[in-house]
Ligand binder design. Structure first.
Ligand code: NIG
Ligand code: FE
Length: 382
């Protein structure tokens, strides 16, 4: 089956040879992009989607989300907006709710959020575990995640659960032994919350090395709540991504710049914890590859909206609109080490967004406005 996306006013390709092009068309064959060229020479196809002069861009690649959980923490958010600080302590509230939920409740909630994200243009989303924190609950969290998405991440080292209070070493041993063994068939990545109050550098290293032994790729929650060793550990171990990067010193920025580790910025978390935003401009100017993601979770960032994150990154992190859109598409794909996603080029997966706007600029220029007109996912209009 072929589909012609016709009358594209502006096509945002992320293809280094093409960049942003105007008055073009795209042909999709099955789930792949097969042709890109001037509208005037567009070939015939089995069906036509008329973009009617609108902007078309790659579907968003949200490389960081925590979608397997039960309950919410709206009251915690309310308290924070009244002056309380975010410490990550609320994670244990969600762990209790998640453990008490059935598989089906977890599945339905995760699917609801994936659907919500898709309607806002997200065609790839990563899902982490991290609210189970027992062998059985982490395993079922990842089983549910793997039923729904391709990109799944084991975050057993999110915090030390209450039953291991005062015995973090024993919990790290569990994560590095029985737990990683149980989840590895359902996970593609391993992640650790490397932060004061969660896991220190030695503990994080042990978890990441154990994950790597089980064939998992590495990513890290790093330098979110304060300065620390997370970013440098990510670079040292060749992690695909260091996420948050809110508190960076010059050595952290230099380390990222001389590596393949992507800095994944999560402005929804700064928004929702009323924290200072990291300076994305500083990272880009240093030559760091930047991704933007939602961090969707019930505690620190309960948004599934990549357009919202793009608007925040432009306003608060000093990215230009085109840099923010690139970070939300090809940046996320790079953070997931995927070359078939996040770009409009021949052979890439046909994940496309048609905007209700003539240019990608409108995503930041018209914040909060639902501008996603049509989403093509695996070549299929949703
Ligand atoms: O990425 N920082 C650690 N984990 C999540 C927050 C989880 C929560 O508060 O429930 C994050 O922000
Ligand atoms: Fe996170």
């Amino acid at each position: 089956m072929s589909l012609l996306v016709a009358n594209i006013g502006e096509l945002f390709t992320n293809d280094p040879g093409l960049g942003i092009v105007h008055d073009v068309a795209v042909v999709v064959e099955d789930d792949r992009i097969a042709w890109i060229g001037p509208m005037s020479s567009a070939p015939a196809a089995d069906s036509v989607l008329d973009a009617d002069g609108a902007a078309v861009l790659p579907g968003f690649v949200d490389s960081h989300a925590h979608l397997v959980f039960a309950g919410d923490r709206a009251a915690e958010f309310g308290a924070r907006m009244a002056g309380e600080a975010y410490t990550g302590g609320g994670i244990r509230t969600t762990v209790a709710a998640t453990r008490a939920a059935s598989d089906d409740e977890l599945r339905r909630n995760a699917r609801r959020l994936v659907g919500e994200a898709l309607r806002q243009g997200t065609t790839t989303i990563e899902i982490k575990s991290g609210y189970g924190l027992s062998v059985a609950d982490e395993q079922r969290s990842l089983r549910v995640a793997a039923e729904i998405v391709e990109e799944t991440t084991f975050l057993g080292a999110h915090v030390v659960p209450a039953e291991y209070a005062g015995r973090p070493g024993d919990y790290v041993d569990l994560v590095c032994g029985e737990m990683v063994e149980a989840v590895a068939p359902y996970a593609r990545w391993v992640d650790v919350f490397c932060e004061r109050g969660a896991f220190d550098a030695d503990q994080a290293r042990a978890v990441l090395v154990a994950g790597a032994k089980h064939g998992l790729g590495l990513r890290l929650h790093a330098n979110q709540l304060g300065p620390g060793p997370g970013v440098r550990l990510a670079v040292e171990l060749g992690a695909a991504s260091a996420d948050h990067c809110t508190h960076l010193d010059d050595a952290d920025v230099d380390a990222l710049a001389s590596s393949d580790t992507v800095a994944t910025l999560l402005p929804g978390a700064e928004f929702s914890t009323r924290s200072p935003y990291p300076d994305g401009r500083r990272l880009l100017d240093a030559g760091v590859t930047v991704a933007l993601a939602t961090d969707c979770n019930p505690g620190s960032s309960y948004t599934s909206s990549m357009p919202f994150c793009i608007a925040l990154a432009v306003r608060e992190m000093r990215l230009t609109p085109s840099e923010a859109v690139a970070a939300a598409t090809v940046g996320g794909a790079t953070a997931l080490r995927r070359t078939d996603l996040g770009r409009v080029s021949i052979g890439a997966r046909a994940d496309l967004i048609v905007l209700d706007a003539p240019s990608h600029l409108h995503l930041a220029y018209r914040p909060g406005v639902p501008l996603i007109r049509t989403v093509l996912h695996h070549g299929v209009p949703q």
